[in-house]
Ligand binder design. Structure first.
Ligand SMILES: C[S@@+](CC[C@H](N)C(=O)[O-])C[C@H]1O[C@@H](n2cnc3c(N)ncnc32)[C@H](O)[C@@H]1O
Length: 218
């Protein structure tokens, strides 16, 4: 496993319990973020299996499943997966990496990457996005949401040594500008159908973005 994945796994194992206790389920999100998630639900419910990649403690997977989506969760962190299995015992979760999902080509009706791709170094993102394209069936939907750089900026890279109330971690976050994420998704063969960039919350400086894309049918 690449060094960055190993460091991410150890870090998220360390913070998993506090993360699960403190990060709200989608019901606690702002109305717009929930609305986009609900649109993804509407597009994928009943269409086939959806993978929540980087599912963390499984709250988002639980939200999708409660609304009729057939969801499986995958996360690098064994501790996150343990919590997800305990709190969402009706759903399947597996330890794995979005860099190489153990799924056959075209297996999925949808891929959701919710605040889980910003730790991937930019040079590895093309392979991750190609992996999303590979596992999606033609016509399958991708929703990618997370922190981004300011539109039109160069983006930003940050090294973290502690997180979630001072717990020790060792990883980087890469806040790419939304236009760059769109270009990389397109280069992976996906058709980006919508991009939503949300301004930083009051007192914060981080933009967040949502990208909806489809694997073209031909
Ligand atoms: C900020 S948390 C988000 C968790 C969840 N999606 C949520 O919204 O609550 C990021 C998660 O992505 C996972 N992750 C990061 N890189 C990953 C990779 N390459 N493959 C699978 N999971 C990954 C981490 O282990 C962590 O659980």
């Amino acid at each position: 496993m690449s060094g960055f994945l190993e460091a991410l796994r150890t870090s998220y194992d360390t913070v998993a319990d506090v993360y699960a206790e403190t990060v709200p389920a989608p019901e606690g999100l702002d109305a717009l973020s929930r609305a986009v998630l609900d649109a993804f639900v509407e597009e994928t419910a009943g269409a086939g299996v959806v993978a929540d990649v980087g599912c963390g403690p499984g709250k988002v997977a639980g939200y999708l499943a409660a609304r009729g989506v057939r969801v499986v969760g995958v996360d690098l962190s064994a501790r996150m997966v343990e919590i997800a299995r305990r709190t969402q015992p009706h759903l399947p979760f597996a330890v794995g990496s979005m860099t190489a999902l153990g799924l056959r080509d075209g297996a999925l009706a949808g891929v959701l990457a919710y605040y889980s791709t910003h730790h991937t170094p930019p040079e590895h993102l093309p392979a991750v996005y190609r992996e999303f394209h590979r596992v999606l069936a033609p016509g399958g939907r991708l929703m990618l949401a997370g922190w981004v750089g300011a539109p039109g900026s160069e983006g930003e890279r940050r090294r973290h040594t502690e997180a979630y109330g001072g717990l020790p971690v060792s990883y980087e976050s890469h806040y790419l500008p939304p236009e760059r994420i769109t270009r990389l998704l397109q280069a992976a063969g996906l058709r980006v159908t919508a991009t939503l960039v949300q301004e930083p919350d009051e007192g914060a400086k981080r933009f967040y973005g949502t990208f909806l894309a489809v694997r073209p049918r031909s």
